[in-house]
Design a binder for this molecule. Structure first.
Ligand SMILES: [Mg+2]
Length: 109
């Protein structure tokens, strides 16, 4: 079993032990994911990037991953596959010869 699948199993075990699946519909998982990513942003608010507390960043990032994995599981998505597919698709959108060293969006390349 892959590491990602093992993590998702642990998350589901944690959730089911608390009878929280009833609250974990896709919409609320997406909302929770957004809130956790905002908590991550809050770690950087009014600071230089290097001033963020690394331990807090680590914890908020873990929360983001947890909700992202739970949402992917809700839809039966294979996390490894969807991320690898997206990297491939981004590679087509951002060819190296046009995208290297620029932050331009694909439609402005
Ligand atoms: Mg959090």
């Amino acid at each position: 079993m892959s590491d990602i699948k093992r993590i998702i199993e642990k998350l589901i075990e944690f959730r089911n032990e608390r009878d929280w699946e009833q609250f974990h519909n896709p919409k609320d998982l997406a909302v929770a994911l957004n809130i956790e990513s905002s908590e991550l942003l809050e770690e950087y608010l009014w600071k230089k990037p290097e001033e963020a507390n690394k331990e807090s960043v680590k914890e908020e990032l873990a929360d983001v991953f947890a909700y992202a994995f739970l949402l992917a599981d809700k839809y039966g998505f294979d996390v490894k596959k969807i991320v690898l597919d997206k990297i491939e698709s981004n590679g087509r959108k951002y060819p190296i010869d046009k995208a290297k060293g620029t932050t331009k969006k694909y439609d402005k390349l």
